[in-house]
Design a protein around this ligand. Structure first.
Ligand SMILES: [Zn+2]
Length: 109
């Protein structure tokens, strides 16, 4: 890529232009990711969510816990989609592909 300040060709992964010293868009992209992560630094606990899904999943409790309230209420009304939906959620939590209400992965401690 090229430096937005002086136009010099620099490495695609460079965060600072070697010619003029100005920060590249990579630096901004990195700080944006950090800002997003600090939005929910703790995250929801993986094991807690897994256990809630296992024991109380048919009432959508694991979705209440992770702030997916809309889905949780719907699961409560349908008793976890007759158990199938909860089973899918349980597998997604196990394989760590489950996301909380903010779109963040669960945190394993
Ligand atoms: Zn430059």
């Amino acid at each position: 890529m090229f430096c937005t300040n002086c136009g010099a060709q620099i490495d695609d992964k460079a965060v600072i232009c070697v010619k003029c010293g100005v920060a590249t868009r990579n630096l901004h992209a990195g700080s944006a990711v950090q800002a997003n992560a600090s939005n929910n630094p703790a995250g929801y606990d993986w094991l807690t969510t897994l256990l809630l899904c296992f024991f109380l999943g048919t009432f959508g409790v694991h979705n209440f816990y992770t702030k997916k309230t809309g889905i949780a209420i719907f699961q409560l009304l349908t008793l976890g989609g007759c158990g199938i939906w909860v089973l899918v959620d349980f597998i997604m939590i196990l394989t760590e592909s489950y996301r909380d209400g903010n779109g963040n992965p669960l945190v394993r401690r």
